[in-house]
Design a protein around this ligand. Sequence first.
Ligand code: HEM
Length: 507
Amino acid sequence: LNMLLLDAVLNSLVVSVLIGLVTFCMLLYQYWWKFPHPCYPPGVRGVPVLGALPFFGKFAHKTILQWSREKYGKIMSVRMGPNDAVVLNDYDTIIEAFVKQHLVFSSRPSIRMIRELSGGFGLGFCPGHKKFFEVRHFTSKVLRGFGMGRIEMEIRVSDVAQDLVQVFESLNGKATNLRMTIGATVCNVISSVVFGKTYDINDENMKEIVQCIFNTLSFYSFGDKKNSKYVMILTYFYAMRHIPPFKKARKMFLSNITKQLGFGQKEIDEHKKNLDENSPGDFIDAFLIEMKKHSPTDSWFHEKQLLLSVNALFIAGTETTTSTILWAMIVLLNYPNLQYILHKELMTETVNPSVKHGDNLPLLQAFIQELYRCITIAPLGLQRTNTEDVEIGGHFIPKNTVILPNIYAVHNDPVIWTEPSKFDIYRHIDKDGKFIHSKKVIPFGVGARVCLGKKLAQLEVFIFLANIIKKFEIIPDPETNEIPPIHDGLSGAGFFPYPFKVIVKSR
Ligand code: HEM
């Protein structure tokens, strides 16, 4: 009888626990996942723990845009792991937040793995306080050519472009994957500005640093590197860094950045030894001189910040610009007639292409603007955060929310662009054949944290493409006859082309 009684008690206990668990899960589902969080705009909450992350598919920016169009509207929330992010899905809303309320939206959320390495210093992932903005303002001036007077920025870029032309010529029409060559060239522009020197494009040290930079961003992409998804997941769930596959991925990620930092530190040490205060020749010189005007405790003008600024400029400036040039080549492979008309326009200029003659090259300008629009390199920008509670478009957004501008959505808004998926340079040409600049093409973001290298990147893209199109014909690899698609690529920290080979044939 005792046994029977014990059995019955145990059974009812198990049943009660089960009922309790089911009720708890239903309540959790009902209150946490089914209903929108009262503090955020309506949106997708996905599943417990991961939120909407498993539902993004290959291109998060496209999936979010679809959700926004079908159900939630321009301002929506998306649960990303442990955080609710707010995504702004049209031009007016992005301007309302990032430009009209620029002070509130001038910060970035802190990513623990990066903060541990950088101590919070650097350029891209820093909070938007006064000391950071002093350094940002200074860096922006230097990148526009101020404070290191000797060589004009366009001359630096043109010199490097001539090296690229020579390397292309030396390929003798052989089908080649040009990612490393273009990466090294783009890196050389930054090296010229930051270190005051350039490397041979085939120099092994140069190749190593470019590979390191490519690795850093591919860790943040879905699909390229084996460890990339682990690093992405660590961004949201850093506690998992102790579990073996995450531990290994984190170690690789950190050792990759440490190698880059070593490269920068070596240059800083050299510059300190040879500094001529009356004649700064590059960013490091200019920063070392500026450091003397500030106290390292009251400002961010100190050596750690210098090292992390140098690193940020190389990382942010290399893959983005390289991919833009590679995408341009893919577009030209897809539209051979464009090559013909752009080449013809460039041949009307007798001298080497220069931005000063930009007005004479409306088709090239339209091509570049359409490239920025149609192939959005940073589709979801770089995360921002708001430093105060704020209201946007009638929605309350609590302080410290992760904010994402859907730049892809702006570039594909059918209200602004007819047939947005079509690559059509003539949408940027007026009836008199003049180029129409569009403020709604925003590949570099907008507002207080707009891309720091915007001017330099625009200069590079113009000079590099003008030289390539003027001097070479771009032909598919005859072995595969493969023409890479313009709307498919690697997605993650950016939108990058898959590897492809191409022939650059001298004209
Ligand atoms: C075509 C090339 C490039 C594209 C499409 C691009 C795009 C972007 C975007 C979308 C952002 C985020 C802006 C925002 O939050 O509103 C950004 C930030 C940044 N970019 Fe670029 N970029 C390019 C080239 C460069 C170059 C050449 C450099 C430097 C030499 C650079 C340095 C930076 C830095 C330092 C930031 C962080 C700024 C901050 O947080 O205050 N970028 N870029």
